[in-house]
Design a protein around this ligand. Structure first.
Ligand SMILES: NC(=O)c1ccc[n+]([C@@H]2O[C@H](COP(=O)([O-])OP(=O)(O)OC[C@H]3O[C@@H](n4cnc5c(N)ncnc54)[C@H](O)[C@@H]3O)[C@@H](O)[C@H]2O)c1
Length: 267
């Protein structure tokens, strides 16, 4: 199989930081050209500068994944700059935690708009053109372990991420004949600024670094790993066309328990 990264074009939403920028670094290290897409323009530019200093070709496109026209404009910008797209990562996301019955319609809308519709818009903007360009490629949609197991205090996030998993599993089957691989990234906790960024996105003041960490009633239990622990798994999944990208060994027990409950419920 030809190298999925060398000389190819990778597009990453939510690329201004966290897991998205980690993907950009990993793909650029393998020789890919990078398009970062994010609402955080200064963050994106600073990250792009760092990548360019390492010799990568990088474009930054201000993109709001909740706005279909903005995501279509991203695809236009990518084709006009690079003439193709091969690895597309619908990764932008936020996480809102709290008891489900305290979640407001605005909490629901914002989460679904970014975490779910952002993935759908990204897929619709890029995949038809990838099919047309007949160069194969790979789509990575970022869900979460919260897209595979329901968790207290993360109900809204779980609903959005379960939707991403279902959407991506279906897409995998439909894109196979076109030679386009599909993966869904489902990590447990990764050390990023997602809590502060999500609060900012909701118009709330992010906690000061010195302030006590957000109380952790959200039931995403497990170790905290770094972005650098996640990205090699993403690279490997693209290379070998794996649907599920899991990141933490403790995921096995949670998933086994869920599978056992489903098994026991079968008539
Ligand atoms: N960090 C974790 O523990 C964890 C675990 C499981 C899944 N995830 C998922 O990983 C993805 C990346 O999260 P992260 O942890 O790197 O967080 P992050 O906050 O570091 O990165 C998310 C990026 O998305 C961008 N973004 C937010 N709304 C946007 C919008 N409307 N349009 C464009 N960009 C937007 C932000 O500016 C930010 O740069 C998210 O989908 C998140 O749900 C994270």
């Amino acid at each position: 199989m030809s190298d999925p990264f060398q000389g190819r074009v990778a597009v990453i939403t939510g690329g201004a930081g966290g897991i998205g920028f980690g993907m950009a670094e990993a793909f650029a290290a393998r020789g890919a050209k990078i398009a970062l897409a994010d609402v955080d323009e200064p963050g994106m530019e600073a990250r792009a500068k760092a990548l360019r200093a390492r010799g990568a070709e990088v474009a930054c496109v201000r993109t709001d994944v909740t706005d279909r026209a903005s995501v279509e404009a991203l695809a236009d910008a990518v084709w006009s700059r690079f003439g193709a797209a091969h690895v597309v990562c619908n990764n932008a996301g936020i996480a809102i935690a709290g008891p489900l019955l305290q979640m407001t319609p605005d909490d629901w809308r914002l989460t679904m708009d970014i975490d779910f519709w952002g993935v759908v818009y990204g897929t619709y903007a890029f995949v038809p053109r990838m099919i047309e360009q007949k160069q194969g490629g790979h789509l990575v949609n970022t869900a979460s372990m919260a897209g595979l197991v329901g968790m207290s205090w993360l109900g809204v996030y779980c609903a959005a991420k379960f939707a991403v998993v279902g959407f991506t599993e279906s897409l995998k089957r439909e894109l196979e004949p076109h030679g386009i691989g599909v993966s869904v990234l489902c990590p447990m906790i990764v050390a990023t600024d997602i809590t502060a960024n999500s609060m900012r996105m909701r118009g709330m003041e992010a906690p000061k670094a010195a302030a006590p960490a957000q109380p952790p009633p959200a039931a995403m239990k497990g170790g905290v790993i770094g972005v650098a622990d996640v990205t090699p798994r993403i690279v490997a999944a693209i290379e070998t066309n794996q649907l599920y990208i899991l990141t933490h060994p403790e995921q096995r027990d949670f998933l086994r328990r869920r599978a056992a409950k489903l098994d026991a419920a079968c008539p």
